[in-house]
Design a protein around this ligand. Structure first.
Ligand SMILES: [Zn+2]
Length: 401
């Protein structure tokens, strides 16, 4: 309704305008050199209108001709980008199918058609990695690190490549960059932990786990490799706090306290450890390394008294007496150990040695919970299955000590 009214109003105005122009009096004369043209005013106005209309159409046509090459280029670029995207998608499918050759070919096509777009670069890097072309993979991942959104993927690729090549310093740098690019990623944390363990940097590894068992093992190892006694003490305290029954941690704490001149505190820690869970490592740490066998035999009863009658207490006394050449006492304590249930071969070995018989070696060892690997010395990580804190002191086939 409103449109009809508008149309009628416009028609009326135009009609009135035409009527007014048609009724204009007078004439218009144009001079051009020797030529003179005279016409009525309405005809001159109509001519002017026609010229303006023609000029407008001409300008439009000229503008279109001028823009044509650009528009053609844009159309071609869009076509290439679409073809590049299709190649990228085919490459991703080839990558998932583990078809390295096809993935690499599609990646090359995608790069040629679409240029170095982040997705084409990622495809190119992963395809090169799958094909075993480390140099090309590295170059493509390095380019990805320049991209704001895919920076993490770039550093992730470079970290994996550095780890595979055994370049630990470069791996550490990429691990830190990956952490910055994508904070808190579980993958990065696992890689950083693996890297710290590979390089034996237990202090760094310690900051990457929440598990109490792992903390006790890693803090003990960090205390053992600390460069100052104060540092060693801090790590050892952390280890004992995480697992107060863990003998290597208690021994490390005692050693650190002794290194700082705190002999009484060291002995107190060892007595508490012995009371809770006696272990040969605590017996070893009880007297300084340079003590004579006689000094050891003299000091052993004080530690044994923290857990009287225990198999380990009797064994501690028997071994100290044997080393100090006190055969009567050694035999008595070895017998007591046997009677207290020490049938793992250690008490019998002392009795055999006293009787001049060849002694059987102890069956006790540090055994891995996970893969059952056995070794005589404790280590924070199983050398076979690489599990942290998995080594336990026991004889094969016996319960945990
Ligand atoms: Zn293992």
């Amino acid at each position: 309704m409103l449109r009809a009214v508008k149309f009628m109003l416009l028609a009326a105005v135009l009609l009135a305008l035409a009527w007014w122009v048609g009724g204009l009096p007078g004439s218009v004369t144009a001079h051009a050199g020797p030529y003179v043209v005279t016409t009525s005013t309405p005809a001159a106005l109509l001519l002017l209108l026609l010229i303006a209309l023609l000029l407008t159409v001409l300008l439009r046509v000229l503008g279109g001709i001028r823009r044509a090459p650009g528009q053609f280029g844009a159309w071609r670029a869009a076509k290439r980008a679409a073809a590049g995207e299709a190649a990228t998608l085919r490459g991703l499918a080839a990558l998932a199918a583990q078809d390295a050759r096809a993935a690499k070919a599609e990646a090359a096509k995608a790069l040629k058609l679409a240029g170095e777009t982040p997705l084409a670069l990622l495809l190119s890097a992963e395809a090169a990695r799958l094909a075993g072309d480390a140099t090309q993979a590295k170059s493509a991942f390095a380019k990805l690190t320049q991209h704001k959104e895919l920076k993490f993927l770039g550093h992730r690729g470079l970290l994996r490549a550095s780890l595979e090549a055994g370049e630990h310093d470069a791996a550490r740098q990429h691990a830190e960059a990956a952490e910055t690019a994508y904070p808190g990623a579980a993958w990065t944390r696992a890689q950083r932990l693996d890297l710290a363990l590979r390089t034996g940097d237990y202090a760094a590894a310690l900051g990457l786990t929440q598990d109490k068992h792992e903390i006790a093992a890693l803090a003990t190892a960090a205390a053992r490799q600390a460069t100052t006694p104060a540092q060693a003490l801090a790590f050892a305290k952390r280890a004992v706090k995480a697992d107060p029954l863990f003998a290597p941690a208690v021994a490390a704490l005692a050693n650190a306290l002794r290194a700082l001149g705190k002999e009484r505190a060291a002995k107190k820690a060892l007595r508490a450890g012995w009371e809770a869970a006696p272990h040969p490592l605590l017996a070893e740490a009880w007297t300084p390394a340079d003590a004579t066998p006689l000094e050891r035999a003299r000091e052993a009863p004080e530690l044994a008294a923290a857990n009287p009658g225990h198999v380990e207490s009797e064994l501690l006394l028997a071994q100290a007496d044997l080393a100090a050449k006190l055969p009567g006492e050694a035999a008595r304590h070895a017998q007591a150990a046997l009677e207290a249930g020490g049938d793992d071969g250690r008490a019998q070995a002392i009795l055999d040695q006293l009787a001049g018989k060849p002694a059987q070696p102890s069956r006790f060892a540090w055994l891995c919970d996970s893969c059952h690997h056995a070794q005589p010395d404790w280590a924070p990580v199983c050398p076979v299955c690489h599990k942290i804190g998995s080594l336990r002191w026991r004889a094969p086939g016996t319960a945990l000590v």
